[in-house]
Design a protein around this ligand. Structure first.
Ligand code: GLU
Length: 504
């Protein structure tokens, strides 16, 4: 019997969540769900110096927004908890001690200053097989001296004892066979002087204890793999090691290197999933959510940054992605990020979802922009009418706002040069006829408007654009008679009156 698939997302809560991080979650999630497995969220917060308040809550909210809900984790609970590494301190120490007693790790008493000196003295200094014998550790010091130092409470770290001249390898699910020469790998710290494990020890211990079967993570973690492989071996857990998949990077638009937060700021697009407010300085880094992306679109575009189903299809729901996801179709090289394409995905999703589904988001946006919406049925109708014109949710402020609030300014350049008494007279009569109109609906308004155009010997084109500008303020929006009918009789008349004054 094969084990149930168990994958994990293991972020360090140090700040905003980069879109590459969300793609890592997504690929883990898709793989797990495709195989009927579980998705675990583990918070890797053992580096106390990098602790940032609010970062964990932020990550959880990002996952919620994206609809990538963990089956187990800090919030969901589960039988393999605690899921926050800072609460598992004793577990790691036990294994670190075990490794020391078996000679697979050792105590190192060198002070930061001593190590600094070594680094200054020896170019490319590494705490490893070539220098460890010159340093102050339990491999070089006599046994009783080590005991004395420990008894006196001298600060120490525990380092892995990396073998030299061995080749260690594994088969990556994406990159295939990968091997490393252990001689080139230094003796990484496993347990720090503050008693906390480093990432290397904690990740191996937890992947084992939490029975992780597969682990997708960013390519930047590949250099750490030999340390992890060695630890799996040293702890005697080799057979239980998860299968790793190192995902290629998401690249800058020009393909030159990894897409960073700075690139986003420089090129004017978000790199984080949601707005991140740095708690120390209050600096806000923009996010896709606040920029007006739908989570469906965000997920879809991330899936396509590194995967395709082998056809031309680009729009996928999460359910379809789960069904179609396959490792074989994950790209081996980095994917360039293209913000225009990202927006295209969003526009397609705004078209695709129904108006009701957008109601809450649009209402929140309009309210935040001081536009009062009194009638939700009307709002849904309006969303349906304008959504094909919106690329970002924020476009609804302009595209839907004027249905509830008359224009505060007009595109006078579009009207004034051709404005004349005849047109003014047309609208004055139009007002009085509208007042008489019993059934104020698109067809009736249009019928009345066209008849009056004919009566006055005008051309429809002469008065259509001014009517639009009267209602919305500019040259945009859906069919003008639809707008009038939704705005309502009284408001349409009042907008015409107000605009007539402005056009004079
Ligand atoms: N804590 C690591 C991170 O911040 C996890 C890397 C891994 O998945 O092994 O990304």
């Amino acid at each position: 019997m094969t084990n149930k698939v168990r994958v994990r997302f293991a972020p360090s809560p140090t700040g905003g969540l980069h879109l590459g991080g969300v793609r890592t979650v997504l690929f883990n999630y898709l793989f797990a769900k495709k195989h009927g497995g579980d998705f675990i969220l583990r918070i890797e917060d053992t580096d106390q110096t990098r602790f940032v308040p609010g970062a964990e809550e932020y990550i959880i909210e990002c996952l919620k927004w994206c609809g990538l809900t963990p089956d187990e984790g800090t919030e969901a609970g589960g039988e393999y908890g605690p899921y926050r590494q800072s609460e598992r301190k004793d577990i790691y120490r036990k294994f670190a001690n075990q490794l020391v007693s078996e000679g697979k790790a050792y105590y190192a008493f060198d002070t930061p200053e001593e190590l600094e000196e070594k680094r200054a003295e020896i170019p490319n200094f590494q705490y490893g097989h070539s220098f460890r014998h010159q340093l102050r550790n339990s491999l070089t010091l006599p046994k009783d001296e080590v005991q004395r130092l420990l008894d006196e409470g001298t600060p120490y770290v525990i380092r892995i004892n990396m073998p030299s001249n061995e080749t260690i390898s594994f088969t990556d699910l994406i990159r295939g066979f990968v091997s490393f020469d252990t001689t080139l790998v230094d003796d990484k710290v496993l347990l720090k002087a503050d008693g906390m494990p480093t990432y290397h020890l904690a990740v191996v211990v937890d992947d084992f204890l939490m029975k992780i079967t597969h682990a997708f993570r960013g390519e930047e973690w590949l250099p750490s793999a030999p340390v992890h492989l060695m630890l799996w071996k040293y702890l005697g857990w080799e057979d239980a090691m998860p299968q790793w998949a190192h995902l290629p990077l998401i690249l800058k638009p020009d393909g030159n290197g990894k897409l960073s937060k700075r690139d986003g700021a420089r090129l004017g697009f978000p790199v984080y999933a949601m707005n991140w407010a740095d708690p120390s300085g209050g600096e806000v880094t923009p996010g896709f959510r606040e920029m007006g992306f739908l989570p469906e679109a965000f997920i879809n575009l991330l899936a396509m940054l590194g995967w395709n189903d082998g056809t031309d299809q680009e729009i996928f729901s999460i359910a379809e992605l789960v069904e179609k996801f396959s490792l074989e179709r994950v790209n081996h090289s980095g994917a360039k990020f293209d913000f225009e394409k990202a927006k295209w995905f969003n526009a397609e999703w705004i078209k695709k979802v129904n108006a009701e589904a957008l109601q809450e988001d649009v209402l929140t946006l309009l309210t935040a922009n001081n536009i009062k919406v009194s009638d939700s049925t009307k709002l849904v109708k309006i969303i349906g009418l304008v959504k094909d014109r919106c690329t970002l949710l924020t476009d609804f402020i302009l595209q839907a706002g004027y249905f509830f609030k008359g224009p505060v300014s007009y595109d006078l350049d579009a009207v004034k040069p051709k404005w004349n008494v005849q047109k003014e007279d047309f609208f004055t009569v139009f007002i009085s006829e509208l007042e008489q109109l019993e059934h104020f609906a698109t067809e009736e308004i249009e019928g009345l408007f066209k008849k009056l155009v004919a009566d006055k010997g005008l051309k429809i084109g002469d008065v259509m654009l001014p009517f639009r500008v009267m209602l919305v303020g500019g040259k945009f929006g859906p069919a003008v008679f639809d707008i009038a009918s939704l705005v309502g009789k009284e408001e349409t008349i009042s907008r015409i009156q107000k605009a007539l004054e402005a056009f004079r």
